[in-house]
Design a protein around this ligand. Structure first.
Ligand code: GDG
Length: 497
């Protein structure tokens, strides 16, 4: 969720009433968030520039807590110019400088060409380069120093994501008085893959510097604990490790969204009007299928297009009566795997449209751009079927956003088994996106699902996401960090919707 470029232009949603209340603000300790990106981005104006809040679950969840405790956010502003600390909407912003060579080696290299593919089932072959690792260590050290400087005595520090896995240990060495948490937004791989990493024990020791290490799924937490027990001196259980005389809690803390905010936006008359207008343009009587992804090879865009092509080939759908809308947000375009993926996707869209479109009726509507948040919500409201079919995904917030945007309990979600969200959203139509036969069948089933059955499923899904929203997520993590306790959620206990 902290990737450059994916949501940079979006204005932050106004938090729902829950966000400003007591739900997230128990306890006296101040908090420092340490994440690759800052929660703000620079916008040019006639007289220079101003800072605006960035959108995204993490910012929405953390901003009210940070304002209340007068906390700080340590992160990178995205460019290579030096920026001095400043305050934004009650939060102390502590920019960390990253130079051009570090962007290349720490960010594009080690983070996005080694760790990202390795942690996503090695869908693309990870590249291991010593010079990238060296910069990763240096930049992590800089983040740790900035966090040490920003954190009051005895306060909480919450480190986020795969870019900063060494920070917990580095920060502990500088500031043993802090309680340190770490949350990984992406999957944590099984032993067979993690062991490829030349710096595997350094990464594990880095994470073991935290008091609480949180993951999206119980399986990821288990992978981590088992690896710690086999590759470091840590011992203990899947949820409770002992290392260097300390106790470390591991567990699953599935991230979520501000459900009430999406629900309200989806019901708003302006959104309804916009969605109707979209439906009229797409063809009022056509079935609308929708996907929304960063253009990333983990998201399974090509497999999905192939499944749709087969539906058209078999005559199960026709361009006259249905349309597939693929919104693909540009992402990491300077990394070659991403440029290659874009070419492949665009060729596939061209091929399918060449074969199956009809005059005035395009089979696949493809948008490679960032939509405004309001436009995105109008698409969620307009879509009869949502296809969220990554090959591997930490959680996938798009699936939860679609659910929150269906206040009438209509609409069908087709969801990959390999998204973290599948552990919670078991009333979606779950699919293995590599099994094309069942993929095609599942889309057909979604298109033909009787209204009552669809409503029943959607009501369950909505109840689940409403109950476990993003405020609930941050509250649970911070409670575990403050009090050193976390009731682990085994798969079965959070599998019911
Ligand atoms: C990582 C993990 C985990 C997308 N296109 C537009 C747009 N978006 C917004 C969506 C959603 C977000 O971007 C994408 O979040 P995801 O969770 O689906 O995926 P990643 O970016 O890969 O996030 C993932 C997440 O971190 C959180 O922990 O769930 O597994 O990979 O919020 O709405 N927003 C706008 N225009 C677009 O065109 N406005």
């Amino acid at each position: 969720m902290l990737h450059a470029g994916s949501r940079a232009r979006i204005n932050s949603p106004a938090p729902s009433p829950k966000a400003s209340g007591a739900r997230t603000t128990r306890g006296p300790a101040s908090l420092t968030v340490i994440a690759n990106r800052l929660p703000v981005h620079r916008v040019s104006t006639a007289s220079g520039h101003r800072w605006e809040s960035s959108a995204g679950g993490l910012v929405t969840a953390m901003a009210p807590v940070l304002r209340k405790v007068k906390g700080a956010w340590v992160g990178w502003a995205g460019g290579t110019t030096k920026i001095r600390p400043f305050h934004h909407e009650g939060v102390s912003i502590r920019p960390v400088g990253v130079n051009r060579e570090e962007v290349e080696k720490f960010y594009n290299g080690m983070s996005n060409r080694t760790l990202w593919p390795l942690y996503h089932d090695a869908i693309r072959t990870p590249d291991f380069q010593r010079s990238w690792w060296e910069k990763y260590v240096e930049v992590n050290q800089r983040f740790a120093k900035a966090a040490a400087k920003a954190s009051p005595r005895g306060s909480l520090a919450w480190v986020h994501d795969y870019h900063l896995q060494l920070v917990p240990q580095m920060l502990r060495e500088m500031r043993p008085d802090l309680r340190i948490g770490f949350f990984l937004h992406i999957p944590f791989p099984p032993e067979e893959l993690f062991e490829w990493l030349p710096w595997r024990s350094q990464i594990l020791r880095g994470l073991l510097g935290a008091d609480v290490v949180g993951f999206q799924t119980y399986k990821a937490a288990q992978n981590f604990s088992r690896l710690c027990r086999s590759l470091t001196e840590a011992d203990g259980t899947d949820t409770d490790l002992h290392y260097a005389g300390r106790r470390i809690r591991c567990g699953s803390f599935p991230i979520s969204i501000d459900f009430d905010w999406f629900d309200r936006r989806a019901k708003h008359p302006q959104t309804r009007a916009k969605a109707l207008e979209l439906r009229a343009k797409l063809g009022a009587r056509r079935k609308v299928m929708l996907s929304v992804d960063r253009l990333d090879y983990t998201k399974g865009v090509l497999r999905r297009l192939q499944a749709y092509e087969e539906l058209l080939e078999q005559g199960y759908v026709h361009a006259e009566d249905s349309v597939f809308v693929q919104i693909a947000t540009p992402s990491r375009e300077t990394v070659s795997d991403y440029a290659a993926l874009r070419d492949e996707v665009e060729q596939a869209v061209g091929r399918i449209n060449g074969r199956f479109s009809q005059p005035g009726r395009v089979a696949v509507q493809y948008f490679r751009r960032n939509l405004t948040r309001d436009d995105l919500i109008a698409y969620y409201v307009a879509a009869d079927v949502m296809l969220v079919t990554p090959l591997r995904d930490g959680m996938n917030l798009v699936a939860k956003e679609y659910i929150a945007c269906r206040p009438d309990n209509d609409g069908v979600l087709v969801l990959s088994e390999f998204a973290g969200a599948a552990h919670e959203l078991t009333r979606a139509l779950l699919v293995n996106p590599r099994d094309q036969t069942s993929f095609v069948e599942t889309i057909r089933a979604a298109l033909r699902m009787p209204t009552d059955a669809a409503r029943m499923r959607m009501a369950f899904l909505r109840a689940r996401v409403k109950r476990h929203d993003v405020f609930n997520w941050s509250e649970e993590f911070l409670a575990a960090l403050r009090h050193g306790r976390h009731e682990p959620r085994p798969r079965s206990s959070h599998a019911h919707a």
